[in-house]
Every structure is written in C-alpha cells, then in structure tokens.
Design a protein around this ligand. Sequence first.
Ligand code: NAI
Length: 274
Amino acid sequence: MTKTVLITGCSSGIGRATAQVLAKNGFEVYATARRTESIADLEADGCKTLALDVTSEESMAAAVAAIPQGIDALVNNAGIQEVGAIESVPMDRVRGLFETNVFGPVRLTQLVLPQMRERRAGTIVTVGSMNGKFTWPGTGYYCGTKHALEAISDALRYETRPFGVKTVLVEPGFVKTPLGKTAVGRRVQEPGPYASFNDEVAEVTSSYTTGALGMLACSAEAVGETILKALTSDKPRARYRVAPSAGLFMSLRKVLPDAGFDALLRSQMPKPKP
Ligand code: NAI
C-alpha cells in the first residue's frame, strides 16, 4: 500500500532532498513550504505540494486537512539557525527560533497524531541535530532547540508506542545545505561586547560544509536516504546519526568531561574579547 508522507520545509536542503528520495521510492509525498512557488518544481519529481508555515496554527491545520486519505508519516524538518552570543540575541528572535524549531513541530505532531492513533499506525520523524547532544558556543539558542527536541521525542516515543505510532529522531552532523549561510545573512549585527565574537562565529558557521570540515559533512540526500531507511523499517531505531561529524563530535562529548570539552572548544572556536 502506498504510504502518504507530509514533510515540512521542502524549499531547500534536507526537506527538498527527502521529498525527492521518498517520491522516487514509491511514497505519496506532500512536500510543503511557506511559499508553494518555491516547491512547484517538486511536482515534476512526483510530489504534491502544499503551503505550510510551522509558525502558523491555521496553516498547519489547513495542510493536514488537505490530505483526506490520512497521513502515514510526518517528517518534521523545517528549521532555522540563529547566530549570536546568548546575551546578544534579542528575545523576539529567541522566541521566533523556538517557535519554528520546537513549537512548530510539536504542534504539527499534535495535529497529526489523532488520526495515527485511531489507525494504530504511523511514524513521526523529527530532524534534530548532533547539537541536541552538545553545544557550539555562539549558536547556543539553536542548540537549545535541538536539545529540546531530544527530550520531547523521547517522551513521545514512549507515549505513542502503545497506539502503534513510531517516533524517530534524526541527528545529522554537518550537512551541505544553505542553513548556515542563511543564518549568517540574517544575524543581528549590533555593536557591543560580543560583536567580534559573533562575526567570527558567523565565519565558522559558514565554513562547516567547506574546506577541511567539509570532509566531515554529508549531502542532504544522505539524510533523505536515512529517513527512507527509518520509514521502511519494521522496527526503526529511536535515533539515527548522519554524517561523519555527528559520530565524531557526539562521541567526543560523551567521553570528555565538561572541562575537557570546553577546553577542546576553546582551542578551536572564537572567544569573546573583553
Ligand atoms: P535549509 O535552510 O536548506 O532548510 C530549512 C527549511 O526550513 C527551508 O526550506 C526553510 O524555508 C524552511 N523553513 C524555515 N522556517 C519555516 C517555517 N516557519 N515554516 C515552514 N518552513 C520553514 O537547511 P537544512 O539544513 O536543510 O535544515 C533542515 C533541518 O535540518 C533543520 O531542522 C536543521 O536544523 C536540521 N539540521 C541541519 C544541519 C545542517 O548542517 N545543515 C545539521 C543538523 C540538523
């Protein structure tokens, strides 16, 4: 039987690649984005397209209602990154970040779960990050949203299992997508004690997928293939790491004490200069 999947954030990167990979492998894919013009070309790959803004209740409810045959799998992918030291990021931007990265996927999951519970079948896939397990200085709020997804996904997996609904968290490392560059482009550039630190973090953030670090990155398609693996498995894992960087940095964080990991970061990352 053809499985219907709803994916958020398909205008670029992982969402777009996942839509293409799943459509090629026989899924009925509802690719979504805030502006449907940005995903119109995915129709040529066999996807159906819908408008969906994860910060709008109305938009999320309308997208779910537009799939009357029901949703077998939800891929919570849409997300944004925010560059800036904790003290320097204005609270409206912090709230906006959590709105997109945490409250959006959580609310969409709530909207899709009733039909999955009723059918005693379904899968919720959330794209977290290796940053759900450790934090880069200068993008602490982004890492905070990914830590939140780890906790929420763990609770959800336990709570939905009796209803036959599976919950999967994907933890990519560096992925070759526009995420970092978009964050750098829209960052707050205010003078102040963290101005040079924020600039240097921006530079590092835009270099994760190029040069030497690029060797530790993977393609958006590789994440799409991992999501395919999770959706076609009878017993999907709770977590899937993707990209060599995820294995490396998550293992280092696990074995090093806080002081050791901080020292490693200090040797590699920019520092605020009082
Ligand atoms: P991307 O910037 O190419 O894709 C993010 C997508 O989310 C874009 O299409 C954007 O338009 C969409 N989006 C943003 N706000 C939205 C909203 N309010 N409603 C609906 N869509 C919205 O970047 P990428 O890398 O493909 O990001 C996808 C997910 O992967 C994100 O959750 C990100 O945090 C996660 N991730 C990315 C990594 C990377 O290195 N690129 C590493 C680990 C996780």
